[in-house]
Write a protein that binds this ligand. Structure first.
Ligand SMILES: *Cc1c(COP(=O)(O)O)cnc(C)c1O
Length: 457
């Protein structure tokens, strides 16, 4: 490699950004506000306070402040695993024989194995600062619960995790990581909450869903003194915290005068993609530069590419505020797609608005293609990617191969959100050739749309 751009571009510790960037401040069309499901009026600070920590409510409701200082305690924690490397994928480029230049920002270099720790530590910090005893949350595949349990143990906070029952049973290792960090993990639905009991009565034997676990975690937080609920994706505050990914990427690229043409990320609730693109999107919104942004989502849970832009419930129990987003309907039950982190019915309201304004594009990718891309990537770049992250790899490879056809030397940046060590059952199915692709029919999607609340004019 006698190229002047190193394989890994590392920043120095003192180059870690000390402010998060809030892309909403530069959006002309602001994301639609959260609505109170009873009054259909925008949720106020006082209405959100019983659920979320005060400082996080302020961040959630702030559409105008462009930069937020990152408290020193959080920067100190970031130093344990950040800055994360920006890697030039020389080996993948060679494998694809493409003139495209490919870079990826790798967020899997921490024990939780994903970018989720960037927001978990911020949310735990504000809970501690407010003098709370603990936080409650849900986890699907387990990455968020793992990240939060690490963050809570750092600040000595109680961490109560409702884990979707099928994951609780199928992913005992994630469960044990959380318990090792001191979290208590309850399979959801459970009989520890009223909403859980109701769901169990109605659907005995159900293996749960993310929407149902959210309802239980919110009830647990609001019915216990000194507890608040925290969420690992979708919310605007989470995108704000994840802007650290994009800010670091931009500093590293600027050092070598590299300007990406295209930025790609996988999209579940939208937090890593939103965080990665934020500073670049800010430049685009202010008319300073132009980039192409692409969201990669599973064909089995296609909220952007086949969803509708409407107010919807964030959870199954309908206890949360209504959010306007690209959604498949809270009643949509995705098939057992292996990329657990991408199985949410809705999408961040920030990304939804940007998508509706045609500032970002979206592609849906089928599961076997995703694993083919994951395997190809692992064999040349060495990292074993998470299935979620591999959606972005798949789209990046497609784009690099298009460059091969046209001869264009585009610069592609994608987010590699995490590692896949806990997903070896899925890799096994791919290796055995037993993995299948599931794409919902229009009729199946209609059932989800029929569950939309009746507030959309
Ligand atoms: C949770 C998760 C995602 C998806 O969440 P976003 O909020 O859309 O970023 C992607 N990759 C990994 C590794 C995850 O754990």
């Amino acid at each position: 490699m006698n190229n002047k751009i190193p394989y890994k571009i590392y920043l120095k510790e003192n180059e870690i950004p000390t402010q998060w960037y809030n892309v909403r401040a530069d959006m002309k069309n602001k994301p639609a506000p959260l609505l109170n499901p009873g009054t259909l009026e925008p949720m106020t600070f006082d209405e959100l306070r019983p659920v979320f920590c005060d400082e996080l409510v302020k961040q959630e409701l702030d559409d105008t402040t462009p930069y937020f200082d990152i408290p020193d305690e959080i920067v100190d924690f970031y130093k344990m695993y950040r800055p994360s490397p920006l890697v030039r994928a020389y080996f993948l480029e060679k494998e694809l024989d493409t003139p495209a230049k490919i870079y990826y920002k790798f967020e899997g270099n921490n024990t939780s194995g994903s970018h989720k720790l960037n927001s978990a530590i911020a949310q735990a910090y504000y809970a501690k600062k407010q003098g709370l005893k603990g936080v409650t949350t849900e986890t699907g595949a387990g990455q968020w619960g793992t990240a939060l349990s690490m963050a809570c143990s750092y600040f000595d906070l109680d961490c109560i995790v409702y884990m979707v029952k099928c994951s609780y049973e199928q992913k005992p290792f994630r469960r044990e990581v959380m318990r090792t960090y001191g979290a208590s993990v309850t399979p959801s639905p459970s009989d520890t909450t009223n909403v859980g009991k109701k769901i169990l009565e109605e659907f005995p034997g159900t293996t749960g869903s993310l929407g149902c676990a959210i309802s239980e975690a919110v009830e647990a937080a609001t019915s216990k003194e000194g507890y608040r609920y925290v969420l690992g994706s979708v919310l605007s505050q989470v995108l704000l915290h994840q802007s650290i990914i994009g800010l670091e990427s931009k500093i590293a690229l600027d050092k070598y005068d590299i300007k990406p043409d295209m930025i790609i990320g996988c999209a579940g609730g939208g937090s890593n993609l939103g965080g990665l693109i934020s500073p670049f999107m800010g430049e685009k919104l202010r008319g300073e530069a132009d980039y192409q942004f692409i969201a990669a989502e599973p064909a089995s849970c296609p909220s952007l590419t086949r969803g509708v832009y409407a107010y919807d419930f964030c959870d199954t129990g309908m206890v949360c505020p209504l959010a306007k987003m690209y959604t498949l309907g809270s009643g949509f039950i995705p098939s057992a797609n292996h990329a657990g982190g991408l199985r949410y019915h809705g999408m961040s309201s920030v990304l939804s608005q940007l998508y509706d304004d045609k500032l970002i594009e979206a592609r849906s990718v089928e599961q076997t293609n995703v694993f083919a891309a994951a395997q190809r990537f692992a064999r040349v770049e060495g990292i074993l990617p998470a299935p979620e992250s591999s959606h972005a790899i798949s789209v990046a490879i497609d784009e690099a191969l298009k460059c091969k056809e046209t001869g264009e030397e585009k610069t592609i940046l994608f987010g590699l959100t995490g590692t896949g060590y806990f997903d070896m059952v899925a890799y096994g199915a791919y290796n055995d050739g037993t993995m299948s692709d599931y794409i919902p029919t229009d009729e199946e999607l209609q059932k989800g749309f029929d569950s939309l609340p009746n507030v959309n004019l």
